[in-house]
Design a protein around this ligand. Sequence first.
Ligand SMILES: NC(=O)c1ccc[n+]([C@@H]2O[C@H](COP(=O)([O-])OP(=O)(O)OC[C@H]3O[C@@H](n4cnc5c(N)ncnc54)[C@H](O)[C@@H]3O)[C@@H](O)[C@H]2O)c1
Length: 306
Amino acid sequence: MKTITVGEREIREVVSMKEAIDAVRQGFVDLAAGEFEMPTRTALRDGQFLVMSAHHRPTASAMFKTLSVNFERKPAIAGTVIWSETGHLDHLVADAGSVTALRTGAVVGVATDLLAPPEAGRLTLIGAGGQAPDQVRAVHAVRPLCQLTVVDADLGRARDLVERLAPELAGVELLTATDAVPAVRQADIVCCATNATTPLFPESALPEQVHVNAIGAYRPTMRELPDELLAGSTVIVDELDAILEESGEIIHALESGAITRDALTELGTALSAPSPDHGKRTVFKSVGVAVQDWAVARLLADRFLA
Ligand SMILES: NC(=O)c1ccc[n+]([C@@H]2O[C@H](COP(=O)([O-])OP(=O)(O)OC[C@H]3O[C@@H](n4cnc5c(N)ncnc54)[C@H](O)[C@@H]3O)[C@@H](O)[C@H]2O)c1
């Protein structure tokens, strides 16, 4: 029996963002088709420790992930992904920080490709932390960007991120800001990737047509989006049970009566249904589910356990 350990550099070399997007998209289609067993994750110490798992029945393969989360620490997210198959003795252990950033970007790529208008080219990203680079890469993979504005409460972080991404974004106008309100006004696509506990902008700051991705809030006490935006938009979520347990903005909007449960559509269902009306604002809310990690871990297993 062998245990193969895969670090950040190898993960980045082996899995491109485009491959991650395709794998995660197929994962959500298969989730909607009932191919996965995926319990709601365990959260300890109010979400500072997380345990996630997904079992893909047709291949008898499973992914188990443990994370520790600490926003005082850089990176905030660290842990281990384990890939296991009943047909093999060998296991793969991968760096969970890299897998998480890649698969969280990838699901935003899937949702943006599904929901944003084809000509959308101006992205405003709020939050320049560990998740941020892959949020940009994912959107750029499905909607070639002409303008990127990075907003962070810490302007130095926004500037560092833009500097790091510049070589990958030739020809893209790069801007930074600390105030989200003017920065979202001109956006075609907004990505929210912060640890905020109150909405990042009012609904009135957004243009009439916009697609918003929100991946930051993963506890009932956290929110990035205002109720009014959710009430007036087509809302797609990663997985309903996880969202109802963990998404602060969805729980808040349900409790205030701004939305009802039947306003929420799961991503896997939306991928199998006809395209939504592009005239309306669209929101994709993700708390992150294990099928995403399974999809990326499978790419690693194909490469390293073959
Ligand atoms: N949905 C998912 O699958 C998923 C996956 C990974 C992380 N997350 C969550 O995404 C969030 C970001 O993760 P990270 O690893 O990038 O964290 P991080 O701590 O590295 O970065 C967060 C950034 O947000 C900025 N920020 C916080 N509040 C802000 C505000 N009101 N306005 C502007 N900027 C603000 C901070 O200055 C910081 O730079 C966390 O809440 C994390 O738990 C979700």
